[in-house]
Design a binder for this molecule. Structure first.
Ligand SMILES: Cc1cc2nc3c(=O)[nH]c(=O)nc-3n(C[C@H](O)[C@H](O)[C@H](O)COP(=O)(O)OP(=O)(O)OC[C@H]3O[C@@H](n4cnc5c(N)ncnc54)[C@H](O)[C@@H]3O)c2cc1C
Length: 338
């Protein structure tokens, strides 16, 4: 169905909403593509909590976030649609009924309809103001845990005082040789129950007002950190193999302002909740970015919104098409399965 590279549907964002939208585009026979700013799929699940369990997906009593992403990709990829990674969409225009999406890389993506599923914007981890961090990033200094084995039997320093930092300190305590947790604020920003669990665990906690002051490097390897108590100004040295920095993510939410769609507040795109259409015809929004009265930000809700948007896009492209997709259990495209 592609005409000179023009797709029926282009999805911005490869989080769970975008992935389910891509799958659904195939169910409805749309020729689709997906464009993702990061170098991996999965959105918040990959960037923020890959190793955590999700307990509220229909049909899965418990599933690791990274395994859910893998399953969603497998489901979407059965149609073999193009997935363009490391392509952050900056703006898009309409040219004779075709939307032209422009990425930071300079590439353009042309499409009859668009599904915006860019969540809370493109993620970038918040960094520490500490000299010498960069050379060790992704080697001995991490901002998220994508692979627990990198921490196995290591001396780990976790920096941060939110749920993410404390949850990871507890999880790593199961595999690491030693886990130390420091937090620079006078209060925890995590759930009380998690704070209690941390103090009951083997995690060595330095709180309140402790921060990393200096990295120790020997033979090109990170070997330790000087920690300072900001109240007493006392310092001590800690031997470490790995540092996990959990001080939040910065999200670029400004880009949607250039997309010509009506916004709801500063961070959401206004949609009609019955159709997920934005203020631009043929442009839909779903998942965390879509804003309407009663909105709930959950993976399941984003998937439902994506399916609604794709069915509407089918009608937008071909007004004679049926809105309702029918039942997948009756569809020929799945008939070859066991
Ligand atoms: C710690 C944590 C735990 C959670 N636990 C649960 C849970 O247990 N159950 C549950 O249902 N929900 C949970 N959530 C919420 C859930 O993760 C979100 O509702 C869900 O990720 C929204 O999916 P999305 O695809 O809309 O957005 P996202 O997951 O944010 O994905 C958006 C994607 O779009 C990309 N993108 C952004 N801007 C651009 C651009 N300009 N160009 C191209 N790509 C772009 C981003 O890089 C990202 O990959 C949790 C959230 C957090 C933070």
């Amino acid at each position: 169905m592609s005409e000179n590279g023009v797709k029926d549907l282009t999805i911005i964002g490869g989080g769970p909403t975008g992935l389910f939208g891509l799958f659904y585009a195939g169910v409805r026979g749309l020729d689709a593509q997906l464009v993702e700013a990061m170098d991996e799929l999965g959105g918040a699940l990959a960037a923020l909590y890959a190793e955590k369990f999700v307990y509220d997906m229909a049909g899965f009593p418990a599933i690791l976030a990274k395994n859910l992403v893998a399953a969603m990709y497998e489901q979407a990829n059965q149609w073999q649609y193009p997935v363009h990674l490391s392509q952050k969409i900056l703006d898009f225009d309409e040219d004779d009924g075709i939307y032209v999406l422009r990425a930071q890389s300079g590439e353009e993506f042309r499409s009859k309809s668009v599904l915006i599923a860019n969540g809370n914007g493109a993620f970038a981890p918040r960094k520490l103001r500490l000299a010498g961090v960069e050379p060790f990033e992704d080697k001995q200094i991490f901002y998220t845990v994508k692979n627990m084995d990198l921490f196995r039997d290591k001396r780990v320093l976790v920096i941060g005082g939110g749920d993410s930092a404390l949850d990871w300190a507890l999880a790593l305590d199961e595999v690491a040789k030693m886990v130390t947790l420091i937090h620079r604020l006078p209060v925890w920003q995590a759930h009380e129950a998690t704070v209690k669990l941390v103090f009951e665990s083997n995690v060595d906690v330095h709180f309140p007002r402790h921060e990393a002051q200096e990295l120790h490097v020997s033979d090109g390897k990170l070997t330790g950190v000087t920690i300072v108590n900001l109240s007493s100004k006392e310092t001590f040295d800690l031997d470490v193999d790995v540092i996990l920095i959990c001080v939040g993510f910065l999200m670029d939410t400004t880009v949607i302002r250039k997309w010509g769609v009506e916004l709801e507040g500063r961070k959401g795109i206004k949609v009609d909740p019955a159709t997920m259409v934005t203020s631009r015809p043929g442009v839909y929004a779903a998942g965390d970015i879509a804003a309407y009265e009663g909105k709930i930000n959950l993976i399941a809700c984003g998937a439902s919104e994506a399916a609604m948007a794709v069915n509407q896009a089918v009608r937008y492209i071909n007004p004679d098409a049926r809105l309702a997709p029918g039942h997948s259990s009756d569809m020929d495209i799945f008939a070859k399965r066991d």
